[in-house]
Design a protein around this ligand. Structure first.
Ligand SMILES: Nc1ncnc2c1ncn2[C@@H]1O[C@H](COP(=O)(O)OP(=O)(O)OP(=O)(O)O)[C@@H](O)[C@H]1O
Length: 219
């Protein structure tokens, strides 16, 4: 396992945001985490990244984890190339050439300020920045939010390719359950801080309750 979360409880004061959550991601696995607003998805991301301390439970991370955060958080006045470099400042990696090889769409944009790019282009930069640290696992928070289907399609194609060629594992946190269940092989459904369903993505997509709640289909 790259990430193993066991019985994780996170509180904000008296409010319990995560209540005994257990989940894992194995090497090379594509795992989705879906759930409505307020379910605790961002809290889980923050706990995984060490930003939020658990009240109880365990988080074991074996391997390198990189985050593609919700809202992208690029430096708007810095160039694409400088934003990429910030993805590996800890490793002092200066060479961005491998990212342009992986994401050729970024090549013509390399000297442009990130703030001048479209939302889709910015998301591609955020993906490239995360790949700079040569992670074993990408945690991707709300990648598709507000983006056109075409750009979401190319982001997904890149993730599939990295998974197939490099064994990159992904934990995809998505409001767009249809997208998440299509890309991933396994999924967890989080509601009100608890895992209420888990299993193969195809089985969850085929469940009438999940389809009704998350895919907009009749139960
Ligand atoms: N800083 C905070 N202080 C108090 N309560 C918080 C804080 N952040 C989140 N919460 C509460 O914790 C619960 C989980 O919130 P969280 O943001 O993790 O959910 P989410 O699934 O990521 O939702 P969204 O999709 O809207 O971001 C919610 O009830 C929320 O109101």
């Amino acid at each position: 396992m790259i990430v193993e979360v066991r019985d994780l409880t996170v509180r904000y004061g008296a409010a319990t945001a995560l209540d005994g959550v257990t989940l894992s991601v194995a090497a090379g696995e594509l795992v989705a985490l879906i759930g409505p607003n307020g379910a605790g998805k961002s809290t889980l991301v923050n706990a995984l990244c060490g930003i939020r301390r658990p009240a109880s439970g365990r988080i074991d991370v074996r391997g390198r984890l990189a985050l593609v955060p919700e809202g992208r958080h690029l430096f708007p006045s810095l160039s694409v190339d400088d934003n990429l470099r910030l993805g590996a400042w800890r490793r002092r990696e200066r060479d961005t050439a491998h990212i342009y090889a992986l994401l050729p769409e970024l090549t013509p944009l390399r000297d442009r300020p990130a703030g001048r790019l479209s939302g889709g282009e910015q998301q591609m930069v955020a993906l490239g920045r995360a790949l700079m640290s040569r992670p074993d696992l990408l945690v991707i928070d709300e990648m598709s939010l507000g983006l056109a289907p075409k750009i979401v399609g190319s982001l997904v194609a890149h993730l599939r390719q990295r998974n197939a060629e490099d064994g990159l594992a992904v934990l995809l946190i998505e409001q767009n359950a249809r997208l998440a269940l299509e890309l991933c092989t396994r999924a967890y459904v989080l509601e009100a801080g608890r895992v209420v369903a888990e299993g193969p993505a195809a089985a969850l997509a085929g469940s009438p309750e999940i389809a009704a709640a998350y895919l907009g289909l009749e139960a």
